[in-house]
Write a protein that binds this ligand. Structure first.
Ligand SMILES: O=P(O)(O)OC[C@H]1O[C@H](OP(=O)(O)OP(=O)(O)O)[C@H](O)[C@@H]1O
Ligand SMILES: O=C(O)c1cc(=O)[nH]c(=O)[nH]1
Length: 177
């Protein structure tokens, strides 16, 4: 079984939650895909890291990350999967709001200025969260090579409309929702 096939089985078994929920955008839905149950699961996370590296193999980037919190374990899974393949890939975390003490950095980790970066998410519904990260990255002087998510929940058109390359390991239609 390929990593992608294996990962799909893990997502259907562990992350698809049925029931009325309010989404990040304020919209309502009858199911939730809780991918934190994948990206923080010791068996599933390495699969997610490798599947995202494979899905973005056509893109050129040296660092990966996105808007905290959902994006964080996605980025670190990719970083470790890349290291296991002998490739250096840095990670970063984009804060939702600026930090007022310490070094007051909006983007934590090795400097992204001048780097080609990949903006990631666990899932993207309206694209609002990942595009917030894209804006912050550009403000910091990074070049955004593209956007990648584990599960696209509808943001594809919006993100492509912004002129960004977009890769999703799975579409909603792949899932048992
Ligand atoms: O495409 P969007 O409409 O922006 O929705 C997707 C976002 O919603 C979830 O995060 P959430 O806002 O729940 O916050 P969290 O990552 O801090 O849990 C998810 O991890 C994405 O970041
Ligand atoms: O749109 C969202 O907020 C959202 C949907 C979903 O299925 N999973 C998630 O973590 N966030």
């Amino acid at each position: 079984m390929s990593d992608r096939e294996d990962l799909l089985r893990h997502i259907n078994d562990k992350a698809v939650i049925r029931g009325r929920v309010t989404l990040s955008s304020g919209r309502h839905a009858d199911y939730y895909v809780d991918l934190r149950r994948i990206t923080l699961d010791g068996e599933s996370a390495p699969l997610a890291g490798r599947a995202l590296l494979d899905a973005t193999a056509d893109l050129d980037y040296t660092a990966v990350g996105g808007l905290t919190l959902g994006a964080d374990p996605v980025a670190t899974a990719m970083m470790h999967a890349a290291a296991a393949r002998g490739r250096r890939l840095d990670a970063f975390v984009v804060r939702k709001t600026g930090k007022e003490h310490g070094l007051q950095r909006r983007i934590e980790g090795p400097n992204v200025a001048g780097q080609r970066v990949l903006a990631v998410e666990d899932t993207s519904t309206t694209g609002g969260s990942v595009l917030t990260a894209v804006d912050a990255l550009r403000e910091e002087g990074a070049t955004v090579a593209g956007v990648a998510v584990l599960v696209d929940r509808g943001a594809r058109e919006k993100i492509i409309g912004e002129g960004l390359a977009y890769h999703a390991v799975f579409e909603l239609s792949d899932l048992e929702v």
